[in-house]
Design a protein around this ligand. Structure first.
Ligand SMILES: C[S@@+](CC[C@H](N)C(=O)[O-])C[C@H]1O[C@@H](n2cnc3c(N)ncnc32)[C@H](O)[C@@H]1O
Length: 249
């Protein structure tokens, strides 16, 4: 069994770009910044992975600091950014855990895309991550991140199997939901189409009550907090599939 985002890393973009409209998501993020009347220049992208959203932000003229603990995902990011020499000077990549990192500057905004915060499996990890974000945000800085809801992990992923295919892979996504811990465990089996090779990665995501996340954001110091249904400005509901948290310093 491989660790998450190791062997899958070279195939991540071909899968995600089919599943997720990152351009629309970044536009939504920019709308959120306007809604809260902030005009960030330096953005911290937590759990940046292969840098899909970071590169969109760089192309729009923002400075980006990307942090991720997966060397394999960051290697893909580094390879891609070499195709954009003029953007490279506005990017810093840090290989680190988002619960334990250091920056030598403060940023205007922190962002995190696509379930990354769900990968933190207990409240202590969430608190360590949020308190560092608070520390490295400038006064009036903004932190926006999405989360998968308990509803989606329990009712949709549940104990289901999904078969998905991309250009180079055939995959089976086998989920198991632990009702007590609210943790979804995923065995991601991948078969390479042009060889006999295969591998399985082990992933875990935890769903949190919204009030738990709000409690931790407030505990570390954030003042104003909103929770929207993803890609909208409507209030999050219990049965939302994905939600967007926004917290202001
Ligand atoms: C679903 S991917 C999202 C990547 C990127 N944000 C995107 O939207 O394409 C989740 C990422 O979270 C990273 N990750 C998970 N837990 C982490 C942690 N504790 N510290 C740093 N990175 C973490 C993984 O390595 C992976 O790159």
């Amino acid at each position: 069994m491989e660790k998450p985002f190791s062997k899958f890393a070279p195939f991540y973009d071909e899968f995600m770009l089919k599943l997720v409209n990152y351009d629309a998501w970044v536009e939504y993020l920019i709308d959120i910044w306007s809604f809260f009347n902030v005009k960030p220049k330096i953005i911290l992208d937590l759990a940046c992975g292969t840098g899909i959203p970071s590169i969109i932000l760089l192309k729009k003229g923002y400075q980006v600091i990307g942090i991720d603990k997966s060397k394999e995902m960051l290697n893909i990011f580094k390879k891609k950014i070499n195709n954009y020499p003029d953007l490279k000077k506005n990017l810093t990549i840090i290989e680190s855990d988002i619960t334990n990192f250091n920056l030598n500057i403060q940023v205007d905004a922190a962002v995190s895309f696509y379930d990354s915060i769900n990968y933190l499996l207990n409240e202590d990890e969430i608190e360590r991550c949020f308190s560092l974000i608070y520390k490295f945000l400038k006064e009036k800085g903004i932190f926006s991140f999405d989360m998968n809801t308990i509803f989606v992990l329990e009712k949709f992923w549940a104990n289901n199997k999904f078969i998905r295919e991309s250009e180079n892979l055939k995959t089976i996504w086998e989920n198991k939901f632990d009702k007590k811990l609210k943790i979804s465990t995923l065995y991601l089996k991948c078969y390479l189409k042009n060889s006999n090779e295969s591998f399985t990665e082990f992933h875990q995501e935890r769903g949190y009550e919204y009030k738990t996340i709000v409690k931790i954001l407030k505990k570390v110091g954030f003042k104003k907090i909103k929770i929207f249904q993803h890609l909208t400005f409507l209030p999050a509901r219990r049965d939302s599939l994905r939600v967007m948290f926004v917290a202001l310093k």
